[in-house]
Design a protein around this ligand. Structure first.
Ligand code: CAA
Length: 379
């Protein structure tokens, strides 16, 4: 087994680290405080190729592997998990799904712009009554011949107001249950499409999360991705890959909180010595480092599986399950290491603790990951 990264992968990792340190670090507290969308930073991410990393160069992407994507996600998430969720949704849920299952016309029209970051995309599956139970879609896409009539509401949509293109999951044939679901490409300016107010969130406050309302939106037939009834499989497929991205985000939050804790514990003195010399702190750092290394190996394993054409539903879910728990545990301990300073914004770890929580909820809660893993084991 080769654990060595290639020169290209190391270069991507270094570029992402430089970008995060030089362009994201300075304003991250302010963006979090004011729920400010990182518009300039997202533009720069597009220019640097971070928004369409795995898309083929033919469509304006970087043609990179999933391992490189995981490395970049970790580095960016170490500093700003709001930027990395925007990146993850665009790469994993929107670009990947479009490239894999979209028509040539859809790729030329949408993917070329999404991959370069000229526009960003959103993925709309969750509903007020359909989160974990994703098959229970109430949003309807009635077949009207040459168009679908879209009606319903979507909740908690990342890039909700900043996206230009939305992949919307909706039910066309309720009698067929999940096999009657379709996925439609909806443009922001289609009449009848209204974006709800911004959610005031615990974490990842720089990313914009909204509900979406559709009232008699006419979506042309050519905007359906894949065959009639393919929408649920599409959603499951993109989420399986998306979970690798969110696992890497969780890994990055954990690494960021850990690195700050190591630095702080060497600087901060108590009882006459740096606190790093106290075993109580050393044990915390050792636990953090061990869990982070294990989470990174799971992330890279899942990315490797995807790159090698192997089934990655289980390894991706395992990576997300473990990395998100590691993010939460590490961030809580990082606040503890920092003591009173950890409880104030200037020291960053309280934000990381808030950001960590969502990684145990979105793209499937931890409980959903266990369902996915156990089904794969038992099938
Ligand atoms: N690939 C392809 N097909 C898959 C699949 C996969 N990985 N997983 C399931 N399917 C297919 C099954 O084969 C089955 O198809 P057939 O019946 O035609 O054979 C179909 O999907 C239904 O599967 P299940 O019977 O297993 O479905 P279920 O209802 O029992 O549960 C679930 C499946 C795993 C619980 C699923 O509903 C799920 O993943 N829920 C969580 C949803 C989720 O992650 N939401 C996140 C929202 S997006 C988001 O968070 C983005 C963001 O903001 C960052």
């Amino acid at each position: 087994m080769n654990f060595q990264l290639t020169e290209e992968q190391l270069a991507v990792q270094a570029a992402a680290r430089d970008f995060a340190q030089n362009e994201l670090w300075a304003g991250v507290i302010e963006r979090d405080e004011h729920q400010k969308f990182p518009a300039e930073q997202v533009k720069k991410m597009g220019e640097l190729g971070f928004l369409g990393m795995m898309v083929s160069p033919e469509y304006g992407g970087g043609g990179m592997d999933t391992v490189s994507y995981v490395l970049a996600m970790e580095e960016i998430s170490k500093v700003d998990a709001s930027c990395s969720v925007i990146m993850s949704v665009n790469n994993s849920l929107v670009c990947w799904g479009l490239e894999k299952y979209g028509s040539e016309e859809q790729k030329q029209k949408y993917l070329t712009k999404l991959a370069t970051g000229e526009i960003i995309g959103a993925f709309a599956l969750s509903e007020p009554e359909a989160g974990s139970d994703a098959t229970s879609q109430s949003t309807t896409a009635e077949d009207k011949g040459d168009y679908y009539l879209l009606n319903g509401t979507k909740n908690w949509i990342t890039n909700g107001s900043t996206a230009s293109v939305y992949l919307v999951i909706a039910q066309t044939n309720p009698e067929l249950k999940h096999r009657g679901i379709n996925v439609l490409i909806v443009e922001k300016d289609m009449p009848g499409f209204v974006i709800g107010p911004k959610e005031n969130k615990l974490g990842i406050r720089g990313s914009d999360t909204h509900s979406l309302m559709f009232t008699d939106v006419k979506v042309p037939k050519e905007n359906r991705i894949g065959a009639d009834g393919f929408g649920f499989k599409f959603a499951m497929q993109v989420l399986a890959g998306g979970r690798i991205g969110i696992a890497a985000q969780a890994l990055g939050i954990a690494s960021g909180a850990y690195e700050l804790s190591v630095k702080y514990s060497k600087d901060r003195k108590a009882f006459g010595v740096p606190i790093a010399q106290h075993q109580a702190i050393q044990f915390k750092l050792a636990d953090m480092a061990t869990n982070i290394d294990a989470a990174r190996l799971l992330c890279l394993q899942a990315a490797h599986d995807k790159d090698a054409g192997l089934d990655y539903a289980k390894s991706g879910a395992m990576a997300k399950l473990f990395a998100s728990k590691t993010a939460m545990d590490t961030a809580v301990e990082a606040v503890q290491v920092h003591g009173g300073y950890g409880f104030v914004k200037e020291f960053h770890v309280e934000r990381m603790m808030r950001d960590a929580k969502i990684t145990q909820i979105y793209e499937g809660t931890s409980e959903i990951q266990k369902i996915v893993i156990s089904r794969e084991i038992l099938k």
